[in-house]
Design a protein around this ligand. Structure first.
Ligand SMILES: *Cc1c(COP(=O)(O)O)cnc(C)c1O
Length: 359
């Protein structure tokens, strides 16, 4: 197999230090480390401290490990919602969270906008909702919501918990953590790692809410309920035998990102997004799928290719570049390009140059 550069949003291109860290982990015996040992506690601590620094997380937040972001959807519904949550739905991932809340017997409200769209500021959200679920970056369509919009949800609903899906945008976004309550991601997107680890970050409001639901005699789940996760996290441990290798590698990758600097990562992300959008804007066969600039994602860039898709795909592939397919119903007309820290400027320039040869 010839090596290719994967612009698929997830699993995506590995961060360039991952292989070395995995080798080192095996050399050091990390996969056999007991999750009740002080060695594990040090790994847990190193990873959570590095992540806290990278994201500038306030002390009121705690970092927990799960199996995936899909698991976090279930945990949020179980632990933070007794009856009703509002879901801002504009694609397949935001919709899936809404469906999970329904499956768990909650009464979620779906506030839906068409694929490729964002939400208006004066959005109507029912007063009684306990939680507002918002997807910062809807991976299926390449729509990112402006920070101002996300921050403004807390002002609209000071009582509601604000839950932000940042699976395909972190570490790029600089969230105002005092305007939200919980945020989560999986590692196989922006962190450039093999799949199989989710990160759930939640503040004290979330813990208090879970404890209050529990104290009223309702179930909040057994495997990863928030109070139990929290109790173990205080000891730098997890309730179950976790993905120790994943937690170790995440800590190393985050340290590499810290060494590079989050400002540099953000600046490069902006640069790479700008050259790709510029190419799409000027291209004879392609155009950005998201037409409103304020909603165009910096980290997952969707292109409308229409009938030209097979030709574009073939040319990219011949040049060792693997795009992501369009999602669901957009599969035959759309291409998606991840723009994560693992994608170098040179790789993005190569993608842009190759796209420009197609006409
Ligand atoms: C990929 C993705 C998820 C689900 O992540 P898993 O690791 O598959 O559970 C959730 N939300 C968004 C926005 C995603 O892109």
């Amino acid at each position: 197999m010839t090596p290719f550069i994967s612009f698929n949003p997830g699993p995506s291109q590995l961060y360039f230090t991952v292989q070395d860290h995995v080798r080192a982990a095996f050399r050091e015996g990390v996969p056999s480390v007991s999750h009740r040992s002080s060695t594990f506690e040090k790994i847990f601590q190193a990873t959570t401290e590095a992540l806290r620094e990278l994201l500038s997380l306030p002390d009121s937040y705690t970092i927990y490990f799960t199996g995936s972001a899909t698991e976090v959807w279930e945990r949020i519904s179980q632990n933070l919602v007794l009856q009703t949550s509002a879901h801002l739905v504009n694609g397949a991932f935001s919709r899936r969270f809404y469906e999970i809340a329904k499956q768990l017997g909650k009464k979620p409200v779906c506030i839906e906008r068409a694929l490729g769209n964002g939400f208006e500021y004066n959005l109507e959200i029912p007063d009684q909702v306990e939680l507002i679920a918002v997807t910062h970056n809807e991976t299926s369509t390449g729509v990112a919501l402006p920070f101002n919009f996300i921050n403004h949800l807390k002002d609209l609903h000071p009582q509601a918990i604000i839950a932000v899906d940042a699976v395909s945008s972190l570490p790029y976004p600089a969230f105002s953590y005092d305007q939200i309550d919980t945020v989560y991601f999986s590692v196989q997107k922006g962190f450039g790692m093999p799949a199989g680890l989710g990160v759930w970050i939640a503040n004290e409001n979330c813990l208090a809410k879970a404890e209050s639901i529990l104290s009223k005699g309702y179930g909040i789940g057994s495997y990863h309920n928030l109070p139990t996760l929290h109790q173990y996290a205080q000891k730098n441990q997890t309730p179950e035998t976790p993905n120790v290798l994943g937690i170790y590698v995440l800590g190393k990758v985050v340290k590499d990102m810290l060494a590079r600097g989050i400002t540099a990562i953000r600046r490069e992300t902006d640069y790479k997004a700008a050259i790709l959008y510029q190419t799409l804007n000027q291209h004879p066969l392609l155009s950005p799928f998201v037409s409103q600039k304020e909603f165009q994602s910096k980290t997952v860039i969707a292109a409308h290719a229409g009938e030209h898709l097979p030709r574009v795909w073939e040319t990219l592939e011949k040049n060792g570049l693997l795009p992501g397919e369009g999602y669901g119903s957009l599969k035959s007309t759309q291409l998606r390009f991840a723009n994560f820290p693992a994608h170098s400027k040179e790789q993005m320039e190569k993608l842009v140059d190759t796209l420009e040869t197609i006409g």
